[in-house]
Design a protein around this ligand. Structure first.
Ligand SMILES: NC(=O)C1=CN([C@@H]2O[C@H](COP(=O)(O)OP(=O)(O)OC[C@H]3O[C@@H](n4cnc5c(N)ncnc54)[C@H](O)[C@@H]3O)[C@@H](O)[C@H]2O)C=CC1
Ligand SMILES: O=C([O-])CC(=O)C(=O)O
Length: 320
């Protein structure tokens, strides 16, 4: 059977890391595409040489021409710009919306059957615009943010409680902004929902509140440390988990930005919710029960996303 073809649109920090992980895991042949000449070719060659060390038979190629992504099974989009200290993700909207238009048209022309994972920020608005510009089916276009946000939540909980990160299941809902909603009642430490984990003495309520706050601001914490860009290892791993679930029909339930048509009482937008990812793309949206507090926080986050969609429509009338 032919190997899967994975097109990485954007060969920067996340794109290069994606190529490395995909090659190392032998997920498929990799095309690294970028508008910068030399960068995708150089990274592809460097990783291709590494395959002789880690023993993987996949092929890697760098490209500046969309024709090279032809027939891709998966496209992971990181093209655009990241934020720098002092900026919010939303400040990227003007530049990155234009990038999504070019990328959407490239995917539409050359890889219309791909499963597309958008990473570019501001995520919920960019994945919405990418779906519109590409015209691909909504169940085949998803955004990566929830896997990363919930991984941060899980890591901070593991660090504080001393429980293996493998026995922590953390969930977040909502847009990929500082008002995302870490789902305290639905997240578990060693099988205990977090309120019960507090009662059992794994951590105090104040410690849990601090972790929720740190999770919300997790992206900014890394931007402040790196100074020249944003997180890339955990974002790349998160997108690989999503790509794998599609390529291997794993049917994992992962928090992703997906198109909603009635679920959670919402329509016509992308926002982060748990979704089952299999060979057909988004096969099911899982609806968490929410109490009044959670509902209010989710609504606030959704309102931020809706504001960004309006901003996109104001910038590009073709999206209205
Ligand atoms: N959704 C999420 O959870 C996360 C999203 N991000 C976002 O991912 C994006 C990429 O981040 P990095 O890889 O760190 O940035 P980077 O700057 O290292 O790489 C971006 C690449 O995109 C390329 N590019 C720019 N315009 C292009 C175009 N029209 N077509 C093709 N390539 C183009 C650039 O040449 C560059 O190589 C940023 O918008 C960042 O904010 C970052 C971390 C997490
Ligand atoms: O914070 C940023 O700009 C990058 C990002 O989305 C994250 O790391 O969550």
């Amino acid at each position: 059977m032919a190997r899967a073809k994975i097109a990485l649109i954007g060969a920067g920090m996340i794109g290069g890391t994606l190529a490395h992980v995909a090659a190392r895991e032998a997920l498929g042949d990799v095309i690294l595409f970028d508008i910068a000449e030399g960068t995708p070719q150089g990274k592809a060659l460097d990783i291709a040489e590494a395959t002789a060390v880690f023993g993987s038979d996949v092929a890697l190629k760098g490209a500046n021409d969309y024709a090279d992504i032809a027939g891709a099974d998966v496209c992971i989009v990181t093209a655009g710009v990241p934020r720098k200290p002092g900026m919010s993700r939303d400040d990227l909207i003007g530049i990155n919306l234009k990038v999504m238009k070019a990328v959407g048209e490239g995917i539409k022309a050359h890889a219309p059957n791909a499963f597309v994972i958008c990473i570019t920020n501001p995520l919920d608005a960019m994945v919405w615009a990418l779906q519109k510009f590409s015209g691909l089916p909504k169940e085949k276009v998803v955004g990566m943010a929830g896997v990363l946000d919930s991984a941060r939540f899980a890591y901070f909980l593991a660090e504080k409680t001393g429980v293996s990160v493998q026995d922590i299941h953390a969930w977040t809902l909502g847009g990929h902004g500082d008002d995302m909603v870490p789902m305290v009642r639905h997240s578990t430490v060693g099988g205990l929902p977090l309120p019960d984990a507090v009662k059992a003495g794994f951590l105090s309520q104040d410690e849990l509140d601090a972790i929720v706050d740190r999770t919300r601001k997790g992206g900014g914490e890394i931007v402040a440390l790196l100074k020249t860009g944003s997180a890339f290892y955990a974002p790349a791993e998160s997108a690989i988990a999503m790509a794998k679930s599609y390529l291997l029909d794993q049917k994992r339930v992962l928090p992703c930005a997906v198109w909603l048509s009635g679920e959670y009482g919402l329509s016509d937008l992308y926002v982060g919710v748990p979704a089952l990812i299999g060979a057909a793309g988004v096969e099911k949206v899982i609806e968490f029960t929410t109490n009044d507090d959670e509902k209010a926080m989710f609504e606030k986050s959704v309102a931020s996303v809706q504001g960004l969609l309006q901003a996109c429509k104001d910038i590009d009338a073709s999206l209205a």
